[in-house]
Design a protein around this ligand. Structure first.
Ligand code: IMP
Ligand code: MG
Length: 179
């Protein structure tokens, strides 16, 4: 696995620090709120969700959704399919979407509208990584771990063809692996 990477972009320690920082910010912002649900987008958010969750010292629930927009390549198709829906209703809930990376913005654009239609009280976005240079639709991102350059990254939940999710850091995949 490790040999397929060009370089390590973000270490495990840096990710842990970011998760603590974002959890503290969330705790502060939602100090007067109840009915908080963290909705992780499968499968990329699993590692980050676990880190974030344990540093939020407040009553909250978690749920997961699985959507796909990518197929097997490295470019978004713009189409979003729901593969697994929420397991509980979110009406009047304060939803925080937990995502691995925001790239074109198509996935979150779709999910934001979907949750609003389900009458969530509020919807905010918390992402480990953000690739602003690749945005196709404008998205308000409330909590960002790291901005990353326009390179295909894997690890810490992020995959290429379903592999590399188990790497304990974020790295840049060698282009020869996917070209
Ligand atoms: P978007 O809809 O283009 O914003 O894409 C979001 C999804 O694409 C993310 O949840 C990832 O699953 C995937 N993705 C985007 N960029 C990368 C990357 O650099 N590495 C791995 N997955 C990525
Ligand atoms: Mg994803």
């Amino acid at each position: 696995m490790h040999k397929d990477l060009e370089k390590i972009l973000i270490t495990e320690e840096e990710i842990h620090e970011a998760a603590k920082r974002l959890a503290a910010q969330i705790e502060k912002d939602y100090a007067d709120e109840e009915d908080i649900v963290l909705v992780g987008l499968l499968k990329g958010s699993v590692q980050f969700m676990a880190d974030l969750l344990k540093h939020i010292n407040k009553m909250c629930k978690i749920d997961f959704m699985c959507v796909s927009s990518y197929g097997k390549g490295t470019k978004s198709t713009g189409r979003v399919n729901i593969i697994k829906d929420l397991s509980e209703p979110i009406d009047d809930k304060n939803v925080i979407i937990v995502e691995d990376i925001i790239d074109s913005g198509n996935t979150l654009n779709f999910i934001g509208k979907y949750f609003a239609a389900k009458n969530a009280k509020s919807v905010r976005i918390c992402t480990l990584l953000n690739k602003p240079s690749r945005r196709e639709v404008e998205i308000d991102v409330d909590y960002i771990g790291f901005d990353v350059p326009d390179a295909f990254v894997v690890g810490y939940g992020l995959d290429y063809q379903e592999y590399y999710r188990n790497l304990p850091y974020i790295g840049v995949l060698k282009p020869e692996i996917y070209s």
